[in-house]
Ligand binder design. Structure first.
Ligand SMILES: Cc1ncc(COP(=O)(O)O)c(C=O)c1O
Length: 433
């Protein structure tokens, strides 16, 4: 598979049959942004059940770091599956999970501890429990537009769309949301330049009036908002937030579920800011599609005792082997590739922005790029949805994010040539909008 090739009208007959079958058996809560029914993948290409080949700029929602069926990942998974898949890491230590913990802690220069789970939401639950346990403070802060997961604890933090929360109240008490400093559509009617300061001033105001800061245990933050629209905070904002939190002994929890594992060109997105979190949560891209999350927390806050938290499957050996292979590839040049090819894509999209006025904002870091439709005053989800659908029809997989952004999150193995193919398809899509 070397280029996209759409052979049948989409969805093709086999895809249609699968979509008809699922209606009778699956939970109606599943989302289907477009009718893709995959059969096999190779590198950055995915073939559907009708033999149509797609260039993948969504990587299973920012998961497939090393593309589909990378030989090194397959080899590691096969070898571990022959030894054992599961013994229960919560009760018995084993390789390759133990050395994975050492490796992840090593990336932070030591003095962190690791807890393994299976998914992003489980990582966030663990972080939330640890914040509560260690600080014994009743409140936590999160940002509007954030996505931290869908289990009841993490859902209490999530606020990217009201439909995720609707019908599930009451959620966790003590969660306070503050506006995210979106430079493209700033809250408080603030200007682009001052939006970071305005949000920090709002937080200080809350601390003076309604929310005693000594009762706030942690701040949960995505260094780049993912599901909310691939939005970068303005320069200096995170530094300011860090200082404010430090002053009040509030723990900083970096939700790097989507930004982490090299997607932005560095292992942690926070590295771009020169900042360190008290707690990091990794998942999605960490094991190239095998279920794994890792919560890394500072040694000083590792106060919960044996048995306080655990899980049956977390740190399962096959996923850990896949993570080792993923880290080998990331350290072997994939992070640099994400930075290089990401810059190329961003430049190409910015050039198109100058020609297509409905492209209001093009932003991103590494291979985490958002294209926002409309203007600061007007969101155009209609155009965004149409663009995602047209791209699919032309053999390019993208996804929506936030109210009006199209997200681009390809596997980190993407070459410039493949990025160029995607840009050509997007150019055709924008022309026909
Ligand atoms: C930033 C962030 N945190 C947490 C989650 C939840 O991860 P999971 O779907 O694996 O539970 C996601 C998923 O999209 C995410 O993007």
């Amino acid at each position: 598979m070397r280029q996209p090739l759409v052979r049948t009208p989409l969805p093709g007959p086999r895809a249609q049959a699968a979509l008809a079958r699922e209606k009778g058996v699956l939970s109606p809560s599943y989302i289907r942004p477009y009718p893709l029914v995959p059969a096999r993948g190779e590198g950055v290409f995915l073939e559907d059940v009708d033999g149509n080949v797609f260039l993948d700029f969504m990587a299973g929602i920012a998961v497939n770091t090393t593309g589909y069926a990378h030989p090194k990942v397959v080899e590691a998974v096969e070898a571990q599956a022959r030894r054992f898949a599961h013994v229960c890491f919560s009760d018995f230590t084993h390789e390759p999970t133990l050395s994975l913990a050492e490796r992840l802690v090593g990336r932070l220069g030591g003095r962190y501890r690791v807890f393994f789970g299976n998914s992003g939401t489980e990582g966030i639950e663990a972080a939330l429990k640890l914040v509560r346990y260690h600080t014994r403070r009743p409140y936590v802060l999160a940002f509007t537009g954030s996505f931290h997961g869908r289990s009841l604890g993490s859902l209490s933090l999530t606020s990217s769309q009201a439909k995720y929360r609707k019908g599930f109240a009451p959620l966790l008490p003590g969660v306070v949301h503050i506006p995210f400093p979106n430079p493209f559509r700033p809250p408080f009617g603030a200007g682009k330049e001052e939006v970071g300061e305005r949000v920090l001033a709002h937080l200080e105001h809350l601390f003076r009036t309604t929310l005693p800061p000594e009762e706030v245990g942690g701040i949960f933050l995505e260094p780049i908002q993912g599901e909310g629209g691939y939005i970068l905070p303005p320069p200096g904002f995170l530094e300011g937030l860090w200082q404010l939190a430090r002053r009040h002994g509030i723990l900083l929890v970096a939700d790097e579920v989507q930004t982490g594992a090299g997607r932005t060109g560095r292992f942690f997105a926070l590295e771009h800011e020169g900042l360190e979190a008290d707690i990091y949560v990794l998942a999605k891209g960490l094991a190239s599609g095998y279920p794994l999350s890792a919560v890394l927390f500072r040694e000083e806050i590792a106060s919960w005792p044996s048995g306080a938290h655990g899980t049956t499957f977390g740190g399962q050996a096959v996923s850990a082997a896949a993570a080792h292979a993923t880290l080998d590839l990331l350290e072997g040049g994939l992070m640099e590739n994400a930075a290089r090819v990401g810059a190329f894509l961003l430049e190409g999209l910015k050039e198109m922005q100058a020609r297509f006025p409905f492209l209001g904002d093009v932003r991103g870091r590494g291979l985490m790029i958002g294209v926002d439709f409309g203007s600061p005053e007007e969101e155009r989800p209609d155009l965004r949805d149409k663009a995602v659908e047209l791209a699919f029809q032309k053999g390019l997989l993208t996804l929506p994010a936030g109210p009006s952004a199209l997200r681009i999150a390809p596997p980190l193995i993407l070459t410039k040539e493949e990025a160029g193919m995607g840009l050509s398809i997007l150019e055709e899509v924008f022309k026909s909008l």
